[in-house]
Design a protein around this ligand. Structure first.
Ligand SMILES: Cc1ncc(COP(=O)(O)O)c(C=O)c1O
Length: 401
């Protein structure tokens, strides 16, 4: 290890709660799709901090907006009005079709809020329902409610007992979903593209089964768009591409471009059952976070980023599939827009350090999947450069070096 890394790791080992197994690299600077470590080595970032740095690093407009807002007013709490929350909620309503927003600070809080609002809906209607149907391979976060609808036993077991009444059904099996949902079901929760579970888009047939089950039983549908939303797939939200009709949508990650903010988007039908004091957050939707999110949405819609993702996403798909065809250990390529996974016939862990050695940042999820979530501003030339480095990393892993 180098001096800087030695010192950083030493201090963290003594004082940081050891919940993360980190790669041995210390990033200190970024620009666009590139990162630099403490030794000055450059990397092409195909992960954007797990789908967060949508505008890339050190984006001039976002940096200016955040700096200017910090010099004006950062936080006042939700005891008072400020001008930006309503503006952001209006923009999200136009993008999603859900008229109301509740702001929080992370993805798990957005899911937590959706789960609470679903319970509140049935309580207000005078027929409380507690059952939630979730999917196998799902990931919704680490707080108790979100963890309760996350399927991975490894994350769940040490924290039992979790919320009762959660049933898991296999993803993309319409008959299994139809059989599980009944008039006791408060809500179905699903990621339109499963992220941590290995980049698995829901099929149109499964989406239709969700709509049908909701219509038949009155169950609410919660679309968890924390990873797939805010343009990642080339759509503002992927539920729309599948024809899904959510009553609640959780949003996080890319929304603030790196400034923490989450949101639960709420249909009018559900909103009508919520009262003052039902939920809250001290930081939720403060001026700084809203200003950052407004800047991200400006770029996404007015700035032409959505159209860009559509074009560059197709290029990404073509290049990735060409590279995958060269490596026999790649079993499947799945994704949409700028959200991709390479499923390997072996554990994908070795690809991450092999990538770092060759100057590309990727991540492993679901054991065997290499996950790619580049900044949404990535150009075709940068895609070629990043994927060439990934190609070399895959080659090195295959060759056992
Ligand atoms: C679909 C989905 N929901 C919720 C979360 C939790 O978000 P956060 O880590 O911001 O709490 C994640 C995080 O990866 C996610 O991918």
């Amino acid at each position: 290890m180098t001096m800087v890394l030695d010192e950083v790791v030493g201090r963290e080992t003594r004082h940081i709660l050891q919940t993360y197994r980190r790669q041995p690299v210390t990033f200190v600077r970024g620009q666009g799709v590139r990162l630099w470590d403490a030794e000055g080595r450059e990397y092409l970032d195909l992960l954007s901090g797990i789908g967060v740095a949508a505008l890339g690093h050190a984006h001039r407009g976002l940096a200016r907006a955040v700096a200017e807002q910090s010099e004006t007013l950062i936080h006042t709490s939700n005891l008072f009005y400020h001008p930006l929350q309503g503006q952001l909620a209006e923009r999200l309503a136009n993008l999603s079709g859900l008229p109301r927003a509740f702001f929080c600070n992370s993805g798990t809080e957005a899911v937590e809020a959706c789960l609470k609002f679903a319970r509140r809906y049935w309580y207000t209607k005078g027929e409380p329902r507690a059952e939630v149907i979730a999917l196998e391979e799902s990931f919704h976060g680490r707080t108790f409610g979100s963890l309760s609808v996350t399927s991975d036993e490894h994350y769940r077991a040490p924290f039992a007992p979790l919320l009762g009444g959660v049933k898991f059904v296999p993803v993309n099996e319409p008959a299994a979903l139809a059989a599980a949902v009944s008039r006791s079901t408060a809500a179905i929760i699903a990621e339109p593209v499963q992220g941590e579970g290995g980049i698995r888009p829901l099929t149109p047939a499964f989406a239709a089964a969700i709509n049908e089950a909701c219509a038949r039983t009155g169950a609410l549908f919660i679309a968890d768009e924390v990873q797939s939303g805010v343009g990642r797939t080339g759509y503002p939200f992927y539920f729309a591409a599948l024809g899904l009709k959510p009553h609640l949508v959780s949003v996080g990650k890319a929304l603030g471009g790196g400034v923490p903010i989450g949101a639960a988007l709420v249909s009018q039908e559900v909103a009508d059952t919520i009262s003052y004091g039902d939920h809250g957050s001290t930081y939720g939707g403060n001026l700084l976070a809203c200003r950052a999110a407004l800047c991200v949405l400006d770029e996404l819609v007015g700035g032409g980023l959505l159209a860009h993702i559509g074009r560059v996403g197709l290029h990404f798909e073509r290049r990735l599939k060409a590279i995958a065809a060269k490596h026999s250990m790649v079993k499947d390529v799945r994704g949409r827009g700028l959200m991709w996974g390479l499923e390997l016939s072996r554990d994908a862990a070795a690809v991450v350090p092999a990538g770092l050695e060759r100057g590309v940042v990727v991540n492993r999820t679901a054991e065997t999947v290499v996950r790619l979530l580049p900044p949404l501003i990535i150009t075709e030339a940068e895609v070629d450069e990043g994927l060439a480095r990934l190609d070399a990393a895959l080659g090195a892993v295959e060759a056992g070096s």
